[in-house]
Design a protein around this ligand. Sequence first.
Ligand code: ADP
Ligand code: TRP
Length: 337
Amino acid sequence: MTFPAFQKRVLNYAGRMRILSGIQPSGSLHLGNYFGMMLPAIELQSRGQALYFIADYHSMTSLFDAEKRRCNTMDVALDFLACGLDPQNSIFFKQSDVPEVTELAWILSTLTPMSLLEKGHSFKDKTARGLPVNHGLFAYPVLMAADILIYDSNLVPVGRDQKQHVEMTRDMAIKFNEQYGQTLVIPEPQIREEVALVPGTDGQKMSKSHGNTIEIFGEEKAVRKKIMGIAMDSRTPAEPKPDADQNLAIQLLKLVAPAGEAAQWEDRLRAGGLGYGDLKKALFEYYWNYFAKARVRRAELKANPDHVQMVLTQGAIRARGLAQGVLKRVRRATGLE
Ligand code: ADP
Ligand code: TRP
């Protein structure tokens, strides 16, 4: 990755590349979240200064139950920590513990054309379906831009559905810099093509809103039922399947099984003689083993909520310090100070 002169200066100032991502506390996290965003984020922890947060302000655009938000926030913290987010190696915090981000969102909103926000996926989808849209949802990309820009982030690991938001962030930062002088770092999205769109149990994008998810920490019986319920075509087991690579169970199995073993299952399906039931049983076993260690870690963390709370509190203190520095730069550049 090459950086223009100003960004190099900020990079040098910060010393390391900044990596940032967030996830909403809007329900149980699933394999799409894990492979699309969490695993890449966890793997990037050692590559720079990583900041990961729970986007509770964002969840307010569609979740209106306070207790649920509180529970979901704890669950996301447990899931992320259990999966390998290391608070020694990254800053992990709750978005609303850094309220400065809402001030930057306001400042950015004054430079954001309505026409840009009207192109936003979530806004467009909801209006197309005739659903009511609140201002928060309309302005969602501005808050997300503030999340990214307030930490001088260089790299934003996300699934493909978030690419548009990072591109809007870049537009806002460029506009700001043109208007007020070089102030904000222009971020890059990081999207892993092989997991950019993890399919759900119905073959559509796996998503909480489609009811087709396999949870990372789902209950054994419930997940087994979901996996065994994945719809397959009506070809007999004996028939060769030249399109084995398109098979949904194979696609999911490739995520959770060692590469060599996944290739063997695919070959067996292609050759004929492997029934879909046996394939789905294997998928469940690989899935269950893949998260076995994380499941144990999650139970340990769950028994120690004070520790989790402390991680988030300490993360917020560090994140807030960084955010206040960038906001000061912004306030000076805009004449607020
Ligand atoms: P959902 O669609 O279930 O509401 P979110 O929109 O909260 O999920 O996504 C959180 C993060 O997980 C984002 O970075 C998003 O791109 C990623 N993500 C969600 N679903 C998938 C998927 N099916 N494939 C790849 N990445 C995904
Ligand atoms: N919009 C993201 C999602 O729904 C969550 C998010 C909020 C985010 N702010 C962010 C992701 C900043 C990356 C960077 O998944």
